[in-house]
Write a protein that binds this ligand. Structure first.
Ligand SMILES: Cc1ncc(C[n+]2csc(CCOP(=O)(O)OP(=O)(O)O)c2C)c(N)n1
Ligand SMILES: [Mg+2]
Length: 281
């Protein structure tokens, strides 16, 4: 397990996510930015991994079930040393190892190819079941979107996870309240996620999902509770950390015009300056 400066890690992940997408001028900004802090905690302190040996037997596993947030995941992997930072600037190019959605056959460090919503959590459940069955101590972490929860497949996976007490798996919900084309409550209301997960047999931690200390406390609790699996519900902001994107209603997939490019570049420059001042760039 690493113990990096988590605020610095989050700033670097946000910075490179914006740079990657900025080069293209389009992409899934909102859902990539909302998971920056949880990625920083996962890769900066929570998960066991060796970026020089990504397939090491004792590593923890990570599955980004909401695969469209790939660019933030790639930034977290690059910042953690899985591949050179420069590779980030091949995102979506022909022949790249970094397609918009992560592909396990292309990058070491990606444990599951995702993008078709609902599937990642099912694989995470199967993986955790296997590890438990084999008495292995590796842990599994899976990020699921709130809109993704409209897929019935997720709930089948949650029943399975609770039934088998897969306490080696942490289900992380990125509850940014929005999906592709509107608010989740208006499209297919989830009502109380806390109540639902409790009823399914989970320990539930509802946290400020863009706050590093809160996220850490959720993972600490998940490690301590043995008689149930844990679901961490992250109360996040879609587009977190870039005011212009937070304030844009339709921020799921953005194609930047001149104004948007200018506004986002302001955040990039602010981050760049602050990272340089700390000697991190
Ligand atoms: C099975 C499936 N149906 C539809 C899509 C298209 N799609 C991509 S992202 C998305 C919305 C997901 O919302 P949410 O999980 O809340 O993501 P976030 O807000 O984190 O971006 C949809 C419908 C898909 N990728 N997979
Ligand atoms: Mg969402």
């Amino acid at each position: 397990m690493m113990n990096r400066d988590l605020k610095a890690t989050a700033d670097l992940i946000r910075y490179y996510t914006l740079k990657e997408l900025g080069r293209l001028g389009y992409g899934h900004y909102g859902g990539a930015l909302s998971i920056v802090e949880v990625l920083a905690v996962l890769y900066g302190s929570e998960m066991k991994f060796d970026s020089n040996n990504p397939e090491s037997e004792d590593r923890d596993y990570f599955i980004l079930s909401k695969g469209h947030a790939g660019p933030a995941y790639y930034a977290a992997l690059a910042v953690s040393g899985f591949f050179p930072i420069d590779n980030l600037f091949t995102l979506n190019d022909n022949g790249t190892d970094l397609p918009s959605h992560p592909d396990r056959n292309k990058i070491k460090g990606v444990d599951m190819t995702t993008g078709s919503l609902g599937q990642g959590i099912s694989v995470a459940a199967g993986l955790a079941y296997y590890l438990k069955y084999k008495n292995m101590t590796n842990r599994v972490y899976c990020i699921v979107g709130d809109g993704e929860l409209n897929e019935g497949q997720c709930w089948e996976a949650f029943m399975f996870i609770a039934h088998h007490n897969l306490n080696n798996l942490v289900v992380i919900i990125d509850d940014n309240k929005k999906q592709l084309d509107g608010y989740t409550k208006d499209i297919c209301n989830l009502f109380s996620l806390e109540d639902k997960f409790r009823a399914f047999g989970f320990n539930v931690e509802k946290l400020n999902g863009n706050d590093i200390e809160s996220i850490k406390s959720g993972f600490d609790s998940a490690r301590k509770i043995k008689d149930k699996p844990t679901s961490i519900i992250l109360d996040t902001v879609k587009g977190a950390g870039v005011k212009f994107i937070e304030d844009t209603m339709s921020n799921h997939h953005m194609r930047l015009d001149k104004e948007a490019t200018g506004k986002i570049n302001e955040t990039i420059l602010d981050l760049e300056k602050s990272l340089q001042e700390r000697g991190l760039l």
